[in-house]
Design a protein around this ligand. Sequence first.
Ligand code: CUA
Length: 317
Amino acid sequence: MGPWPVDQRGPLVEQIAPLYWIMFAAAMVVFAIVAGALIYSGIRFRERPGHVAQQFHGHNLLELIWTVVPTLMVISFSILSWNKLNLVNDVSGAAMTIQVEARQWSWSYTYPDQDIFRLADGSPLKAGTLDIPVGQKIKLDLTSKDVIHSFFAPNMGGKKDAVPGHTNEMWIQADRPGTYVSHCTEFCGDGHADMLITIVVHPQTEYAAWAKTAVTDANRANSPETKAGRDAFLASACVGCHTVAGTAASGKVGPELTHIASKPNIAGVLSPVNEENLTKWVSNAPSIKPGIVMPKFQGVLSDQQIHDIVQWLLTLK
Ligand code: CUA
């Protein structure tokens, strides 16, 4: 799905898209007339042997036309746009409010302080993707940590700036589930081009299940055993063979583990990638895949260390 308003997936964009098309069509007509007139007069009235270039300075009719027509166009567009502003800015009646914080160069979304989003430490869920239920009006409170960014949800309508020290409100609503991509639309430095926006729209019945998984993952990522597991991994022989992006582990002998928790299986032989299978694998890989380079870690690392490492690996999605 392309991130532009032609692919309409919500009630707001359905109101905005016709305006887009009217202005686009008008711009095309103006372009054709201006470019056509330019080319025509350039050829027709040019200076050539036996013909002096014609002068039009002070041509009242022409000047009247190219002043009055654009003025009328701008006024009409303003009225048409102004008519939609109430709808665009009407954030009342939203099913929930999500805090959106921009920074160079990523977006973070903090979900409402409700039971389904509450983490073990009592704080609300914070994530890097915007997950919303289908068919519900969602209010977004936009702000920024550093410079001005702009949040754009073309398939659902709406674009607003995320300004430091200030909160801008907007709303979105999607009529069909799916994953919608977009992009920061205010130049904000080197990483502007990579500042993607991902909006995942879940079917109504699956939203609570998504929230549960997201909360479980966040709790796991925040837990002391995950931090202990990361430290244990980085202090052990693991780093000699495996790479995990964003850490000091950069070994090339074994497979990269940066997204191990999202893989369909472990080393092609153990599926799915879950706590039980990872524990088996880390403890004694050769017993599962004879001849493999990866040694047995049972007895080398303590059971607690293996447990912690597995907890950390499960967060690598
Ligand atoms: Cu943030 Cu461009």
